[in-house]
Design a protein around this ligand. Structure first.
Ligand SMILES: O=C(O)C1=C[C@@H](OP(=O)(O)O)[C@@H](O)[C@H](O)C1
Ligand SMILES: C=C(OP(=O)(O)O)C(=O)O
Length: 439
């Protein structure tokens, strides 16, 4: 993140009313940017994410020889390299984006060049062995600095593997699929917990062949991708980001008379478990105008809350993995529920842009909440009153936004330090918050 730190003061709100169109989904924007850069022809993308992270992916593709044009109507045109990345003249800067670094590694590993991938203070502390391992099994030559970036990739032809993903990570799955797409032979991959399938949908949209079969014995699915495939450019509109929508959905839950309409929200079933969670907590969601674009469902959400207020719940197992990015905001509103929220099996939160378990615990305590911290989650009792406090976001976008939502029902003002980090995924966040909150 940038070194200029800014503070936002959040005043308590009375209710939340209005409608919003979300900027494009960050996960889908990354994938379209990367695959467009590899493809033949010019890809035209509308509603590309405004977050800094997918722009890191775009900048890396430019450094690899793709042409990126930002049109006046806000569409982005990417003319791909038709499968031939050039030798970049400087290290590929992935900024704050784990998605860029991990998925790009798989995409470039089969190209006969030497690449260095680096990033900011946060990204260079995050675990990268998880992609080095499967890519090395495919024959890739990858050096890490004690498990972290900078990553050096000595590109070389790859061969197919049959890989069981040990951690539920869509980024690791994607690194393997993007490498498999260009390897010799058919690569297969199984994931015990099904993670977001945007890469599978995007690969098919760009013309790749990919199969998913479910074993008769259970729900463990196997993905197979034949190698030596080429991609063709697409025209696409990117659905609104449900992980950004999550902040406003949770804000709407805090006020009995709130009414919020979110247009064009991505509702891919492997990504939208948050909607079930919100319903379990006592939110009422109407889904309208559902359409499908390039395998991605998009719809309008109308949200308000049951007159009985918010219940609590347990989030664990596969569900924790599927809503990993939404857990900080759910934790931040947990004290306002009647029975509290328990989050377990979410150890991955410790290796995101910050240690999100530790920072959620620290900031909830600063606001006066009681809770128990576990290695893999948090137990946050309900029926608690919070007060305004100084919030340490750790320059982690999701922590900054999560505590801006908790602040809406606290007594007194809350100061969010490192608020500029919201721009990593959602630069318009504070403007929308101000417009929708009634005080
Ligand atoms: O594939 C993706 O777009 C992402 C996958 C998740 O990370 P992991 O793959 O590390 O679980 C998520 O936390 C991240 O924000 C985006
Ligand atoms: C973890 C996140 O992103 P990434 O891993 O791409 O940095 C996130 O957006 O919450």
């Amino acid at each position: 993140m940038s070194s200029t730190s800014s503070t936002q003061i959040i005043r308590p709100a009375r209710t939340l009313q209005g409608s919003l169109t979300l900027p494009g989904d960050k996960s889908i924007s990354h994938r379209y940017a990367l695959l467009a850069g590899l493809a033949e022809g010019t890809t035209r993308l509308s509603n590309f994410s405004t977050g800094a992270d997918p722009h890191s992916s775009l900048a890396c593709m430019e450094a690899l020889g793709a042409t990126v044009v930002h049109k006046e109507d806000k569409t982005i045109e990417i003319t791909g390299t038709a499968g031939k990345f050039k030798q970049p003249s400087a290290p590929l800067d992935c900024g704050n984006s784990g998605s860029t670094m991990r998925m790009l590694s798989g995409l470039i590993a089969p190209h006969p060049r030497t690449f260095t991938l680096t990033g900011d203070h946060s990204l260079t502390r995050r675990p990268m062995e998880r992609i080095r391992k499967p890519l090395s099994l495919m024959g890739a030559k990858i050096d890490l600095a004690e498990g972290h970036a900078p990553i050096t990739i000595h590109g070389t032809p790859l061969h197919a593997i049959d890989f069981d993903t040990p951690i539920p990570s869509a980024q690791v799955k994607t690194a393997v699929l993007f490498a498999g797409l260009q390897a010799n032979g058919t690569t297969s991959l199984t994931e015990a917990i099904r993670t977001r399938d945007h890469s599978e949908q995007a690969l098919k949209a760009f013309g790749a062949t990919l199969n998913r079969t479910t074993a008769a014995s259970g729900d463990v699915a196997k993905l197979s991708i034949p190698g030596n495939q080429t991609l063709k450019a697409i025209d696409a509109t990117i659905p609104g980001d449900i992980s950004s929508a999550a902040f406003f959905l949770c804000a709407a839950l805090l006020f009995p008379d709130s009414n919020l309409i979110l247009d064009g929200v991505g509702m891919n079933p492997t990504r939208a478990s948050l909607l079930d969670v919100i319903t379990s907590l006592g939110g009422k969601i109407k889904v309208l105008n559902v359409e499908e674009h390039h395998g991605e469902l998009v719809g309008t959400l109308q949200v308000n809350v049951s007159p009985n207020g918010l219940r609590g719940m347990h989030i664990e197992g596969a569900l924790a993995a599927q809503i990993i990015d939404e857990l900080p905001v759910l934790a931040a509103i947990a004290p306002y529920t009647s029975d509290g929220i328990t989050i377990r099996d979410a150890r991955e939160l410790r290796v995101k842009e910050s240690d999100r378990i530790a920072l959620v615990a620290k900031n909830l305590r600063a606001m006066g909440a009681k809770l128990t911290e576990h290695e893999d989650g948090l137990v946050i009792p309900g029926n608690q009153k919070l007060h305004g406090a100084q919030i340490d976001s750790g320059t982690d976008h999701r922590i900054a936004m999560a505590f801006s939502i908790a602040a809406l029902r606290a007594t007194g003002d809350t100061e969010i330090h490192g608020a500029e980090s919201a721009a990593i995924s959602f630069p318009e966040f504070f403007t929308h918050l101000n417009d929708l909150c009634q005080r």
